[in-house]
Design a protein around this ligand. Structure first.
Ligand code: C2E
Ligand code: CA
Ligand code: CA
Ligand code: CA
Length: 274
């Protein structure tokens, strides 16, 4: 309990100051970070269940502050959302993902979309414009949405998804299983993929219950004709289990951490040579 509590300890004891300090840094510097080239996009490969083939990559944003070093997206995305910076940030990531993804011929490039970004009036037209400008095949662009996107104004969300689907884009429901009404969203919205949240895998080896939940999610996804991806796969034991229950795609440190676009070039070259 002591070890598990360590992060939490720092969060509660110095967490408040840290959070405020972080917020100030982000507010003041993120705007310029985009212009100053401090923001980069890395990619984590998504593998076939046997771990042999790269089927896609997920774009993940990185910010290296010149003074404070690496700042986690979990820390700066929420501030960007609150300060009206998520639009420019999201557009930057999508554009880079299209520029890089263009040369990765047969795989999908997944991009995370913040609920705030998704709800902006010009979201659909902005995405359409960037994909077209970068001459990326829209069918290889996968937008990862969380339930939060769908909750507030379901009609607007449905319309935006339909318009983008009409252009050929695909959708993944991220962090599946962590919300309360995932099942309803799966019925109502046209997703191509669900991503089983990492938190289920974390406890999978120790408790039988999580394994049952994961198994059920995989079955459900498959029954609905969706691609099922598990994220946060860290052990060979998890891989064996996920493969055995029919999970299609695996993503996690066991296979590859998020890497530079150049490294993805290399990995795809190696795969092609096999
Ligand atoms: P997410 O979309 O659920 O992304 C998966 C996170 O899990 C990433 O953290 C990834 O590095 C991490 N991860 C992957 N495999 C493993 C593993 O085997 N073990 C563990 N412990 N972690 C693993 P990251 O890059 O720090 O991103 C955190 C969150 O920040 C993301 O969660 C996503 O919600 C958000 N985010 C990242 N990039 C973007 C972006 O470009 N736009 C938006 N809107 N959000 C982003
Ligand atoms: Ca994601
Ligand atoms: Ca996720
Ligand atoms: Ca997450």
């Amino acid at each position: 309990a002591k070890r598990e509590g360590r992060n939490r300890y720092s969060f509660f004891e110095v967490g408040m100051d840290e959070t405020l300090r972080m917020r100030k840094i982000v507010e003041e510097d993120l705007r310029h970070a985009l212009q100053r080239d401090e923001v980069k996009v890395v990619y984590q490969p998504q593998f076939s269940a046997d771990g042999r083939k790269i089927l896609g990559v997920e774009a993940l944003v990185r910010w290296t502050h010149p003074v404070h070093g690496a700042i986690s997206p979990a820390d700066f995305i929420p501030v960007a959302e609150q300060r009206g910076l998520i639009g420019p940030l999201g557009e930057y990531v999508l554009r880079r993902a299209c520029q890089d993804g263009r040369r990765w011929k047969n795989i999908t490039v997944a991009v995370n979309v913040s609920p705030v970004q998704f709800r902006q009036k010009d979201f659909v037209s902005t995405v359409a414009r960037i994909v077209q400008e970068e001459e990326m095949d829209p069918a290889r662009v996968e937008l990862e949405l969380t339930e939060g996107v769908l909750v507030d104004d379901a009609d607007a969300a449905e319309n935006a998804m339909m318009e983008l689907r009409a252009l050929g884009l695909r959708f993944a429901l991220d962090d599946f299983g962590t919300g309360y009404s995932s099942l309803i969203y799966l019925r109502r919205f046209a997703f191509d993929k669900i991503k089983i949240d990492r938190s289920f895998l974390e406890s999978m080896e120790t408790t039988g219950e999580s394994a049952i939940l994961v198994h059920s999610c995989v079955h459900l996804g498959r029954a609905l004709g969706l691609t099922v991806t598990a994220e946060g796969v860290e052990t060979a034991e998890q891989q064996r289990f996920l493969q055995a229950v029919g999970c299609h795609q695996l993503q996690g440190f066991l296979f590859c951490k998020p890497v530079s676009p150049e490294k993805i070039d290399e990995l795809l070259g190696l795969v092609a040579d096999e």
